[in-house]
Design a protein around this ligand. Sequence first.
Ligand code: ZN
Length: 282
Amino acid sequence: MVAFILIILGLCLGSFVNALLWRIHKQASLRPVKSRKPKLAVNEPNLSIMTGRSMCPNCQHLLAVKDLIPVISWLQLRGKCRYCHKRYDDTPVTELVMPLLFVLSYIYWPLPWDDKAVFLFVCWLIFIVGFVALIVYDIRWLLLPNRIVWPLAVLAVIQVVVVATLYGGGLNSLLSNLYGLLIGGGIFYLLFQISQGEWIGGGDVKLGAVLGIIVGGPWQALLLLFVASCLGTLFSLPMLLTGRVTKSSKIPFGPFLIVAAILVTLFGTSLVTWYKHFLLLV
Ligand SMILES: [Zn+2]
């Protein structure tokens, strides 16, 4: 039953993320540099995330309910707009990945289901929505927008405070999260400074710090960086060797960080044990 609800929720939120990304990108490209509030001309589409209705990115035709059923509408129309017949840029991948991650998180949730675990799980589902949004945005536009990273940071801080106060985590849990933040953000900040932003972007520093809080401790944060680097290397090496990318091509690092954070959160305890052994052996 829970799995079923999670699948439906994931499908809807996946669809929401698709619309959200397009709007954020569109707003960012409409916005003149340095001025925060774009002046909307009368006939410009309503791009507000809250009040704007879903529309076709190409012809701006408002979409009806029948066009908005996650995955099914996309399959039925073969990824094209019902009105202008142009192909949509986005695919139902987010709509499929979201429920998958929700259900996997439920199955592999590492804590026994008490009040605290339920609270953490709900926060985690929201984190996943942000994670998927960031992955897609970073792959498409090589950027981790603040408008997604900051809300995640705020939620992470709220979660830490609630666990420390309401759920009796106390000072120890606060400190543990703080070390996570310092390691997750600090190492990237150093890399960013040393390379003058060549190796990683400023967005990765912020994301590293936020994920450092979310994974919950110094060991987890170290593991996060380790797993992310491994994933990054595994992924880019074949492409470097086959010449599909060169050393100077920009490969988004955000997705590796996020996938690593998901692995560390769900399988952290066993991974941390293994990683401690690994570090002590070397
Ligand atoms: Zn259209």
